[in-house]
Write a protein that binds this ligand. Structure first.
Ligand SMILES: [Zn+2]
Ligand SMILES: [Zn+2]
Length: 460
């Protein structure tokens, strides 16, 4: 549709001399902006637009000459697709981020292509007063601050601690990292295999929706807790596609920078959402684990990391879920474990400091949660190598789990009986697999097959 949008540049990266931008937009004109409230944005079309600019055409589209790509992050733009084409044309990939509701069962992600003519994207400056008024208003609309209530957070965390008390679970919790394509979703289940806690309810979205075309229907009996590691769609995509189903879960999420798409989702679950501001600045202990706020600046690095400690003696007990945070930003109290969900889907490691260490040297158990052929080329070979080198085996990289067959949900157990009970109870969630104890250790943890598996896969 030809019209005006306001957008926030949510990601801006330079790759091979091209600037890739993801812009989160809302379809309003300047005159409509005044009447908008942060709740009424849920009734207005929002879209993600992906654009690629090369250095030459950069200044045609963005006023001024190219600075560093990151300088554009979190800046506001006005986009007008009604401008008639005179100059360069720009292909824009567009994905709808309107929150689907059960009523009309909408597809979460649409796809169209727009052509944008010269001068139809302009940065909203900060110097002119008129422009500052606009950007302040836009910031206010997307901010999560108004959803933060310290008392509400404190109360829910109290309840969380009681509900997670070990005596209730008697060392019988089971943990599953679900295959949700290019994203992450982990469930913690009680002895009846009912969920008590999820850590992320994500999956492949937008460009990577093909890795997760049909959302899994996770059980939500007794309204389990959901700890959202950080506000990236691949960590809440499953819930996004069926908000009504998951809106009664008890959501615990970090207070982070936002955009229209995030705010819409947060609005949709806000009755049962508490935000973590500084509550996890120090390691927060609960009986079956601990949580901490990661200390980096970027969204990936400033979320919540969780270490589970299930108290088991003869099975996998201590497991780290770093979300997408670099390990260096996670408190040391969390990084000595038996099992690990590799950070950021096996994406680039910027630092190897505070790398997780495993209880038994060379016998760390690891899962990489990614979708085959994803646009980010996760996991990276160098990242996998670094893990293997440090004793973190190669689950999903052995003969049975080549890069092309990430079809399993992985149960963090070495016990076949547990595995079988998941298969019987949840056949609709797909196939399950687990760590095979001695068998696993001997044949798969060495990562012997990496060369073969990565051949033909181009990591740059
Ligand atoms: Zn992610
Ligand atoms: Zn992320």
């Amino acid at each position: 549709m030809q019209r005006e949008y306001f957008g926030i540049i949510y990601e801006s990266e330079l790759e091979n001399e091209e600037v890739h931008m993801m812009i989160d937009t809302i379809a309003v004109s300047e005159s409509e902006l005044d009447g908008l409230t942060s709740e009424s944005i849920n009734d207005i079309d929002t879209q993600l637009m992906f654009i690629t600019l090369n250095r030459e055409n950069f200044s045609d589209f963005m006023s001024g000459k190219f600075e560093s790509a990151e300088n554009y992050e979190r800046r506001w733009v006005k986009i007008d697709t009604r401008v008639s084409f005179g100059g360069n044309r720009l292909e824009v990939e567009v994905y709808s981020t309107n929150v689907p509701t059960g009523e009309f069962n909408a597809e979460s992600i649409g796809f169209t292509t727009l052509n944008i003519g010269s001068d139809s994207i302009s940065l909203i400056g900060k110097r002119k007063n008129s422009e500052k008024i606009i950007s302040d208003k836009l910031e206010e609309l997307i901010s999560l601050n108004e959803l933060y209530d310290g008392d509400k957070t404190a109360q829910l965390l109290e309840k969380f601690k009681v509900d997670m008390s070990a005596s209730k679970f008697d060392k019988k919790l089971q943990v599953v990292n679900f295959n949700v394509g290019q994203g992450n979703a982990t469930g913690v289940f009680d002895e009846n295999l009912e969920p008590v806690l999820y850590i992320d309810l994500g999956g492949g979205g937008y460009k990577n929706k093909f890795t997760y075309p049909v959302a899994k229907e996770f059980p939500v009996n007794n309204n389990p807790y959901v700890i959202l590691s950080h506000w990236d769609m691949d960590h809440y995509e499953t819930a996004f596609r069926d908000v009504a189903k998951y809106a009664n879960c008890k959501w615990i999420a970090p207070l982070q920078d936002s955009n229209f798409s995030i705010k819409k989702f947060a609005n949709a679950v806000k009755e049962n959402l508490v935000l973590i501001k500084d509550e996890f600045d120090r390691v927060n202990k609960f009986t079956i684990g601990r949580a901490v706020k990661c200390t980096g600046k970027k969204r990936n690095d400033s979320g919540i990391a969780v270490k589970l400690d299930l108290g088991k003696e003869n099975d996998i007990s201590e497991i780290l879920f770093p979300g997408d945070s670099q390990y260096t930003y996670i408190d040391k109290q969390l990084t000595h474990v038996e099992a690990l969900c590799a950070t950021h889907h096996g994406g680039k490691l910027y630092s190897t400091s505070n790398f997780p260490t495993c209880h038994k040297e060379g016998e760390g158990l690891i899962v990489y949660s990614y979708g085959k052929n994803n646009s980010y080329k996760h996991p990276r070979r160098d990242t996998v190598n670094e893990h293997v080198k440090r004793g973190w085996g190669a689950e999903r990289f052995g003969e049975k789990y080549s890069l092309g067959t990430t079809v399993h949900n992985v149960v963090f157990t070495t016990n076949y009986e547990v595995l079988d009970s998941f298969k019987i109870k949840y056949p609709s969630l797909g196939s399950f697999n687990c760590f095979y104890g001695e068998d696993y250790v001997k044949r798969e943890r060495r990562g012997d097959n990496l060369d073969k598996l990565f051949s033909g896969i181009d990591n740059d």
